[in-house]
Design a protein. Structure first.
Length: 162
């Protein structure tokens, strides 16, 4: 069994060997492809609800704890404010959230979910549950994969920049 690592490219095939698919041996491509597949699975249903996948994730975080700051949401979603602020503005324009200045520190913008946002995220949760039922993955396998990907991601962000 060969070892597949995220930080090295597949070895060049021997001159006499048939060329292998270089992407098949790259962990980063497998993760990327899986992410694209998830996005394709979610997109039509989220489009019908009027939100994007990233907006869905932001609403999920607000469902868990309403009134988070833009910075808190950005940290949790791994997005900077230049990306997150327009996303939140679009959610607000759609009636899913309301932005407000923090009463103790006016520099901080907090985000509150509206009843429409709460209803939308509840409907979107059904998408995750339905997809989970259709996947041929046990809950234990899914949790193990989440843990492994979380550990890998945590290691990658601590690597020094080249």
């Amino acid at each position: 069994m060969s070892t597949i690592t995220a930080d090295t490219a597949p070895a060049e095939p021997a001159a006499s060997a048939a060329p292998a698919d270089p992407l098949a041996e790259m962990l980063c491509f497998s993760v990327y492809s899986a992410g694209l597949a998830f996005n394709r699975a979610y997109k039509p249903r989220l489009d019908a609800l009027g939100i994007t996948y990233l907006q869905y994730l932001a609403l999920l975080l607000l469902r868990h704890r309403d009134g988070q700051s833009i910075k808190e949401l950005g940290d949790r979603l791994s997005l900077d404010s230049n990306t997150l602020t327009p996303l939140i503005k679009r959610l607000e324009a759609g009636g899913f959230v309301k932005r407000r200045r923090d009463s103790e520190d006016e520099r901080v913008v907090r985000v509150d979910m509206t009843p429409k946002g709460a209803q939308t995220v509840s409907e979107a949760l059904c998408i995750s549950q339905e997809l989970g039922r259709k996947l041929k993955v046990t809950p234990e396998q899914a949790k193990a994969l989440q843990n492994l990907l979380g550990a890998i991601g945590g290691q990658i962000v601590t690597l020094p920049n080249p």
